[in-house]
Ligand binder design. Structure first.
Ligand code: NAI
Length: 462
């Protein structure tokens, strides 16, 4: 019976990062993974393959809409869907193999199969039992089902099926205007699919800064996405390879039906805890079905820890990674910790959307006195040269101390730009600190500096 200091269950961004950090800190570590490849949802059927398709479809959009403006001739660019799928698979393979390499390098054993925890300190995989002083559950999440909807991953799909459709559909209905719906919806819209998004609420991307929501929707509409807001999908039926979606308009209380070749159900995810034996072990869950943990990521059972999508908080790969590192450090006797006030959120559409910290609405609710510094990418020379002038940077700072409280960006490379604001927030910086930092010209990041300037004496280029 093999024995370890730590066994991590799950090799997604939370699990594999945690395993690597445990090994680096001198703990004998194994990681259990039941898929054929390492990397979990994110690398196999989530973040990474979707980014490959977002990139490819954006290139097509550029060729169709902007090449001619720059004097580049690429007549009638078209899509070889099989080849695009092949490119996506290569990207996945490169990434999952990379983790296999890192496991070998760090002497982490990959225990292949699906694990359960029959008792404290024990892991069972098939007939094989392993022991560990510490067990970290990093089992991730799965799409949450909608009552009345049967997923077949061909016509009625989750994000997993949407990444591997047989062909580009003529019409797609996306249920849910959250991150998954909008990222994948915009991929297919760019590939020529007629995309209609049906959303329960009156605004897209719930929880985002309202000004961003409004502008984001306007931009996506301009790109051809159709939005049916304030409408609850009740059921989906499939007949002769066509799906019929029935939804109710909340305000008018009227029922409607719309047909499509493919329906993407993107109405949220829930922790994936099947088969772990948590109930028998006596692990406490939250009302939302997540594993309940304390500030050290310990469950109510000594020696069993949990991180990532399996516990509370935003379901984001990078949040899971940070928790994975923190719990490893805690197990090694160090002071691991995650600053939940500075976790960026990014939507990888074109333009990208990124945010960190508090929204204007949250600040108004708390009664905090704050100032808003805004700068449009129309005033940024680099963005103008790259046909990327749409969007803005908005920085929210405390009215009295000038400390940065939040930032919201819609525009080119927003997902990268947001990080200088994250670093500033980690250091407790004032908007003036950013404003006084020299930014290279011409870069998109000058828009961040201009927004910081706008919190004080004023932006230069607006
Ligand atoms: P989500 O929670 O972001 O959005 C779901 C949307 O579906 C909500 O707007 C909700 O109001 C709507 N909805 C729910 N039931 C409905 C119904 N019956 N009819 C119409 N609309 C309905 O969930 P999503 O997009 O599935 O993403 C799941 C998780 O994965 C999220 O936590 C997200 O943050 C994460 N994720 C993050 C990514 C990123 O960081 N770029 C990429 C993909 C996923």
């Amino acid at each position: 019976m093999a024995s370890y200091d730590v066994i991590v269950i799950g090799s997604g961004p939370g699990g594999y990062v945690s395993a690597i950090r445990c090994a680096q800190l001198g703990l004998k570590t194994a990681c259990v993974e039941g898929r054929d490849t390492l990397g979990g949802t994110c690398l196999n059927v989530g973040c990474i393959p979707s980014k490959a398709l977002l990139h490819a479809s954006h290139q097509l959009h550029e060729a169709q809409h902007n090449f001619a403006k720059m004097g580049l001739i690429a007549d009638n660019p078209s899509v070889d869907w099989n080849k695009m799928q092949g490119y996506k698979s290569e990207v996945i393979e490169g990434n999952t193999k990379g983790i296999e390499f890192l496991f070998k390098k760090n002497k982490i054993d990959w225990l292949k199969g699906w694990a359960s925890i029959p008792s404290v300190g024990e892991i069972l995989i098939g007939d094989e039992t392993y022991t560990a002083k510490h067990i970290i559950i990093a089992s991730g999440s799965e799409p949450s089902a909608l009552p009345g909807i049967k997923i077949d991953e061909k016509i009625v799909v989750t994000s997993t099926g949407a990444l591997a459709l047989d062909k580009i559909p003529a019409k797609m209905i996306v249920i849910g205007a959250g991150v998954i719906g909008l990222e994948l919806g915009s991929v297919y819209a760019r590939l020529g699919t007629e995309v209609e998004v049906i959303e329960f609420l009156d605004e897209i991307t719930p929880g985002m800064d309202a000004e961003i929501q409004k502008n984001f929707k306007r931009i996506l509409k301009k790109q051809g996405l159709k939005f049916t807001m304030g409408s609850a999908v009740k059921s989906v039926s499939v007949k002769n390879k066509t799906a019929s979606v029935t939804y109710v308009n909340q305000k008018k209380d009227t029922e409607h039906q719309v047909d499509a070749d493919v329906v993407l159900v993107a109405t949220g995810r829930k922790p994936f805890l099947d088969g772990l034996g948590l109930e028998a072990l006596g692990i406490t869950l939250t009302d939302g079905g997540q594993i309940k943990t304390d500030s050290n990521y310990s469950t109510n059972i000594t020696g069993v820890y949990a991180i990532g999508d399996a516990i509370s908080g935003p379901m984001l790969a990078h949040k899971a990674e940070d928790e994975g590192m923190a719990v490893a450090e805690i197990l090694a006797g160090q002071a691991g910790h995650v600053n939940y006030g500075v976790i960026p959120g990014v939507i990888y559409t074109h333009p990208e959307v990124a945010s960190v910290g508090l929204t204007e609405e949250q600040l108004k609710e708390t009664g905090n006195e704050f100032k808003v510094g805004k700068f449009s990418f129309m005033g940024n020379g680099r963005a103008k040269a790259n046909f990327a002038g749409e969007g803005f940077v908005k920085i929210l700072a405390d009215a009295a101390t000038d400390r940065i409280l939040g930032a919201h960006i819609i525009g080119p490379m927003a997902g990268d730009l947001v990080h200088e604001i994250c670093v500033a927030m980690e250091f407790g910086a004032a908007a003036e600190d950013l404003a006084r930092t020299c930014h290279a010209h011409p870069t998109y990041s000058e828009a961040v500096r201009e927004a910081a300037l706008a919190c004080g004496s004023g932006a230069i280029h607006s």
